[in-house]
Design a protein around this ligand. Structure first.
Ligand code: RP5
Length: 165
């Protein structure tokens, strides 16, 4: 199976958050690569990876980083594939720094920014799947089923609540 999504993170300390994206991609059986690559600690390797990944068939990048997070922006500067940035709460500023660094890309080089932390990492994977679903029909049905099961779960919990009170 061709690996279509690349998950990159700035540090191994980001892994617990980025594993939420892994879980979603596995659920949808979307093949992915995952690497620790830093925009500032491994700048040359990061750029080389992004260029090679595009040639290998990667279609969407997901980038998680904390602090003055510039990983997603650096990736976006070197590819025309969609880049989704996950701000990570790993600093004394509780992720507000990473959020602003990721979302405030200057015009011309977009980064789609999701919420800070695990919820954002899961949503980054869902957004990547939605992008792939434009040209991969099986994913459309899977996304619809995923939403349906969320709806059913909320309604089941509400029914339980009604029994209790
Ligand atoms: C960022 O700094 C990483 O993305 C991570 O969120 C944060 C802390 O990195 P470590 O010092 O834990 O390696 O570059």
């Amino acid at each position: 199976m061709n690996k279509q999504v690349a998950i990159l993170m700035g540090s191994d300390s980001d892994l617990a958050v980025m594993e939420e994206a892994v879980k979603i991609l596995k659920t949808f059986e979307v093949a992915f690569e995952i690497h620790i690559l830093s925009a500032h600690r491994t700048p040359d390797e990061t750029v080389r990876y992004v260029r090679d990944a595009q040639e290998k068939g990667i279609k969407v990048f997901i980038a998680g980083a904390g602090n003055a997070a510039h990983l997603a922006g650096t990736i976006a500067a070197h590819t025309i594939c969609p880049v989704i940035g996950v701000p990570i709460d790993s600093s004394p500023l509780h992720g507000i720094d990473a959020l602003l660094s990721t979302v405030q890309m200057p015009k011309g080089i977009p980064v789609a920014t999701v919420a800070v932390g695990k919820g954002g990492a899961g949503n980054a994977a869902l957004l990547a799947i939605e992008i792939l679903a434009i040209s991969e029909k099986r994913l459309v049905g899977q996304l619809q089923n995923f939403r349906k099961s969320m709806t059913e779960e909320v309604l089941r919990k509400d029914a339980e609540l009604q029994k209790k009170y």
